[in-house]
Write a protein that binds this ligand. Structure first.
Ligand SMILES: *Cc1c(COP(=O)(O)O)cnc(C)c1O
Length: 228
């Protein structure tokens, strides 16, 4: 086994164990392999081990790999900051966008989504820890943006994405995810039908699953440390 195959197996096992421990349905948490900075060959190794969902956060790099690999089975998720001048290519090449945090980019993605493709699945990125340097909309402003995004054609608002402040303490990790879950539940009491919580990375996967994550975004634990 290559180390990527091995790491994928270990990550899947972590998810299985967490699902069981926190009474989540087996298979209810999707593993998104975050392949940013990794070569196309690393993605092919993961693909060979049955991984089809990949996350990228830099458009040019992602487009290169999407073209190189050119395999229709792959599902590409854009998880990085969105520059307005990149929305057309994002709308044309991805199935998911996790990082919407303002109406302007949502409108541009909506306008650019090709009619021949299914609706683009989108999540609103929430700055749940209130960090000055992080992207994401404030929890207080999320409902208004969610209302507006859910009415845009070509987009299917699925839920929320968060990157909480790094935190080694499990209880505190859970707290940020718990706040995100409650925010999603609140939106659903206002009549939305959101089914996605994109939360949990290599170091806080278990806490995220405990609080209802449906997509964990895992880079380092699968591909090893990134080159910077
Ligand atoms: C890089 C990245 C990840 C993966 O982080 P790891 O700690 O390497 O698992 C997840 N989500 C986003 C938005 C990222 O940019």
């Amino acid at each position: 086994m290559t180390s990527i195959t091995e790491n994928l197996e270990l990550t899947r096992e972590r998810i299985r164990v967490a699902e069981q421990k926190y009474r989540r349905h087996q298979g209810s948490v999707l593993l998104l392999a975050v392949s940013k900075t990794q070569a196309a060959s690393a993605i092919r190794s993961a693909l060979g081990a049955g991984q089809y969902q990949f996350g990228e956060n830099h458009l040019q790099e992602a487009l290169q790999k999407i073209r190189d690999i050119n395999d229709k089975r792959l599902v590409w998720h854009f998880i990085g900051p969105i520059q307005s001048n990149k929305t057309t290519q994002i709308a044309e090449n991805f199935s998911w966008v996790h990082s919407i945090d303002r109406l302007k980019t949502a409108r541009r993605l909506s306008a650019a989504r090709p009619a021949a493709l299914p609706d683009l699945n989108v999540c609103i990125q929430v700055n749940i820890s209130g960090e000055q340097t992080k992207s994401g909309i404030s929890p207080a402003d999320t409902r208004l943006l969610a209302d507006e995004v859910s009415s845009l054609p070509g987009l299917h608002l699925r839920g929320l994405m968060v990157i909480p402040a790094q935190q080694p303490d499990f209880t505190l990790q859970r707290q940020a995810f718990s706040e995100t879950r409650k925010l999603l539940e609140e939106l659903n009491t206002y009549g939305m039908k959101l089914d996605t919580l994109s939360m949990g990375m290599s170091d806080d996967l278990e806490a995220a699953v405990a609080e209802g994550s449906t997509i964990v975004r895992i880079g380092t634990a699968i591909f090893g440390h990134r080159q910077t």
